[in-house]
Ligand binder design. Sequence first.
Ligand SMILES: [Zn+2]
Length: 135
Amino acid sequence: MSYDIEKPDEQWRAELNPAEYAVLRKAGTEPAFTGEYTDTKTKGVYSCRACGAELFTSTEKFESHCGWPSFYDPKESDAVELIADRSHGMVRTEVRCARCGSHLGHVFEGEGYATPTDQRYCINSVSLRLTPDEK
Ligand SMILES: [Zn+2]
């Protein structure tokens, strides 16, 4: 698997803070209800905190009450990469940044949320950087 942006592990470790590194590069998960964007309603674009690629927008963000920022669709379907994840004894679908391969979260579907896709991209706040729309 190759990405447009690839860096040695020590470079990622130097550029990201420990919390960002643990999630983006080691597929960690921030504790529920602690992320800075969990309840954010600000209009804008959410970019990858590792490489800056635009991934999600506030238009597709919805209140899932699950403890992490939730989106029903990415900004562009090829902005993210979906990978089968069988870790932790579960079968889930991992969501990665398609440009740098960093871990963002997981996507779930068929949960019954009243959204156009019935999908929930459950994304760690620490993987994202919000750029508010200009007023
Ligand atoms: Zn990225």
